[in-house]
Design a protein around this ligand. Structure first.
Ligand SMILES: C[S@@+](CC[C@H](N)C(=O)[O-])C[C@H]1O[C@@H](n2cnc3c(N)ncnc32)[C@H](O)[C@@H]1O
Length: 313
């Protein structure tokens, strides 16, 4: 199944693992922050490399998947002394680190700073594969799309309340949708209780598109809505501003992004940090996965990896 390019349902394949390990250079004793724990695939690789003495703090905004991942990593042999799972949005990273104390240092008033930090943006395969989460263009389910279903409004709620002008901006800005105006007019204010209902409405709003073009349009609209529902660009910008404050001198951070809006923000922030002396090294160019990984895991083909090193070592 893995070799044929499919990811077993309910799991997630970590992307560009070798490249991430080469960028982060985890060592025994390191304190690692995985800002997007997901299924725990990257975390597991990092945990194996920071023992003995290391600790990994895994954050995730998704309170539904997090306990399952925590259980899996405990069963894989990582007790609370080596691994902490925390439910939260990386937009508030400095707050979590200020409150976090590791083992013997638990009395210390000094916030824990990371030696390695990873953010693997977007959604996991488990989230997409679960129809009840409403992310999937293929599976029918309630039109939700919230990574944390206890916060904010669902995609159904957003579409119901939005205006054509606001939706046009979301579609153009979050997914480079070329037909954003027509689609926004057709969809804004509508009530689409399910993913299928929305996909049907998108297809009927673009009757002249060929089958594949129409499916691409459906994907772009879903992507744009997901980004808007979860306020993903604001969270990323807040995280990027805090990042230098969360790293020890000489620490390394890597970010895996999946579309141009994310990568543009990461690149701009890393370059500004290098110019401003916050970072003393950044990846000279964006890194992409190799042909074998692209073949084995189609989701990896859009991944873009960038890394930085905190100045002051
Ligand atoms: C691509 S998956 C990460 C997969 C993970 N690296 C692995 O190996 O299993 C992205 C994860 O990030 C989480 N996420 C997305 N935005 C987030 C945010 N702003 N704060 C915290 N977690 C977030 C999602 O809930 C999802 O679980």
């Amino acid at each position: 199944m893995l070799a044929s390019g499919k990811t077993p349902a309910g799991t997630h394949r970590p992307i560009m693992v070798e490249e991430i390990l080469a960028a982060l250079k985890p060592r025994p004793g390191d304190f690692v922050v995985d800002c997007t724990l997901g299924y725990g695939g990257h975390a597991r690789e990092l945990l194996a490399r920071i023992q003995p003495g290391g600790h990994l703090l895994g954050l995730d905004a998704d309170p539904h998947e997090l306990p399952k991942t925590e259980r899996r990593l405990r069963e894989a042999g990582y007790p609370p002394e080596t691994f902490t799972a925390h439910s939260g949005n990386f937009a508030g990273l400095t707050g979590y680190l200020a409150a976090f104390r590791i083992g013997a240092a638990s009395d210390s008033a000094v916030p824990a700073l990371a030696d390695c930090l990873l953010a693997d943006l977007g959604v996991s395969s488990m989230q997409i594969d679960d129809p009840a989460r409403g992310f999937s263009v293929k599976l029918d389910g309630p039109l939700d799309m919230r990574m944390n279903p206890t916060r904010g409004i669902s995609a159904q709620g957003l579409l119901r309340r939005t205006t054509p002008a606001a939706l046009e901006e979301i579609l153009a800005d979050h997914a480079d949708e070329p037909r954003s105006r027509d689609l926004a007019r057709a969809l804004a204010g509508g009530d689409f209780p399910t993913t299928k209902a929305l996909a049907l409405a998108i297809r009927s709003a673009s009757p002249r598109l060929s089958g594949p073009e129409s499916e691409l349009t459906v994907r772009r609209v879903f992507q744009a809505l997901r980004i808007a529902v979860n306020d993903e660009f604001s969270a990323l910008e807040m995280f990027l501003r805090q990042l230098p404050l969360c790293l020890n001198p000489g620490a390394r951070a890597a970010i895996l992004s999946f579309h141009s809006g994310e990568d543009r923000r990461v690149k701009k922030s890393f370059e500004a940090g290098l110019r401003g002396g916050l970072y003393d090294e950044i990846s000279p160019e964006v890194l992409r996965c190799g042909p074998q990984e692209r073949h084995e895991n189609p989701r990896a083909s859009s991944a873009k990896l960038r890394w930085v090193r905190r100045a002051g070592a």
